[in-house]
Design a protein around this ligand. Structure first.
Ligand code: NAD
Length: 274
């Protein structure tokens, strides 16, 4: 979608971090924004920031875990802006614990918020985008969905891997119909995501994707998202170095696993968490 001026975007999880940065970056290109978040005050604050800068935006309380959430968002965006071109499904929450200790209810919560939210979004917004034959979907996944670097975040990683698969299918289906799809796979980004982390069982070493990946600012990612929409790019890792790592895994999957067992990328030792 080369010209963003005057288009409308819905961004979920838009009150903070990557969602907020993407909403602000889109608004700078003249996009009207619906900033949706469970944090109503945060969503209103981001919308206010946009309108103060001369843009068009509304903030709305929205819990993407609720079945009606995206139908309500659709009704709101149509009433306020008369259409929608860009849908960014960006909500993600973390959980931590050993595989034998994360309860089923926590699996259900994480899959509901991180994965089924994307399904709800598709059910609500796809008919609209298909009817207009134009639009762009951005689904936020993670490095955690591209490869496994820790064993204590399985529900999160599983949801993110599924988002990548769904997005790839959507790209096959929608590209020929004039609708772009981007799957955003961030590496480490400075946001508030750790503040909502739930933890089960004893502390475990916190592992990261690798020392070569620097902690990025959310604003940098917001700019990358805009660029991906404009250039109709599917795979958007925040750091291109991840491609090499994926090639290494594809060449020798067993070796890749062994490497991480022998030389894990520990960011915070468990001893420091107790
Ligand atoms: N920060 C990172 O290092 C990183 C890395 C990889 C992927 N991601 C992904 O990026 C996305 C954005 O995360 P972030 O890092 O900006 O985190 P963040 O916590 O700063 O922002 C997430 C936003 O989602 C909102 N939210 C949470 N539950 C919600 C719900 N049920 N309904 C609506 N809104 C809800 C929060 O209120 C918050 O504003 C997530 O999908 C996350 O998994 C982040």
């Amino acid at each position: 979608m080369e010209n963003l001026q005057g288009k409308t975007a819905v961004v979920t999880g838009g009150a903070s971090g990557i969602g907020r940065a993407s909403a602000l970056a889109l608004a700078q290109r003249g996009v009207n924004l619906v900033v949706a978040d469970i944090d109503e005050a945060g969503a209103l604050a981001v919308a206010h920031e946009i309108t103060q800068a001369g843009g068009q935006a509304v903030g709305v309380k929205c819990d993407v875990g609720q079945d009606r959430a995206f139908e309500e968002l659709k009704a709101l965006v149509l009433a306020r802006f008369g259409g929608v071109a860009i849908v960014m499904n960006n909500v993600g929450v973390l959980t931590r614990g050993l595989p034998e200790q994360i309860p089923l209810e926590e699996w259900q919560r994480i899959l509901n918020l991180n994965l089924l939210s994307v399904v709800r979004s598709n059910l609500a917004f796809l008919p609209l985008l298909l009817a207009q034959g134009e639009g762009h979907i951005v689904n936020t996944a993670s490095f955690a969905g591209l490869f496994t670097y820790s064993f204590d975040r399985a529900p999160y990683a599983a949801a993110k891997a599924a988002i990548i698969q769904i997005s790839e299918g959507l790209a096959l289906y929608l590209r020929p119909k004039g609708i772009g799809v981007t799957v955003l796979c961030p590496g480490p980004v400075k946001t508030n995501i750790m503040s909502t982390l739930r933890s089960f069982g004893p502390p475990t070493d916190t592992r990261g994707p690798g020392a070569m990946f620097r902690l990025m600012e959310a604003d940098e990612v917001g700019e990358q998202v805009v660029e991906a929409i404009v250039s109709n790019r599917f795979m958007l890792p925040t750091d291109e170095a991840v491609r090499e790592l994926l090639v290494r895994r594809a060449r020798d999957w067993d070796g890749f696993i062994e490497e991480q067992i022998v030389n894990p990328q520990i960011i915070v030792p468990a001893a420091k968490l107790t």
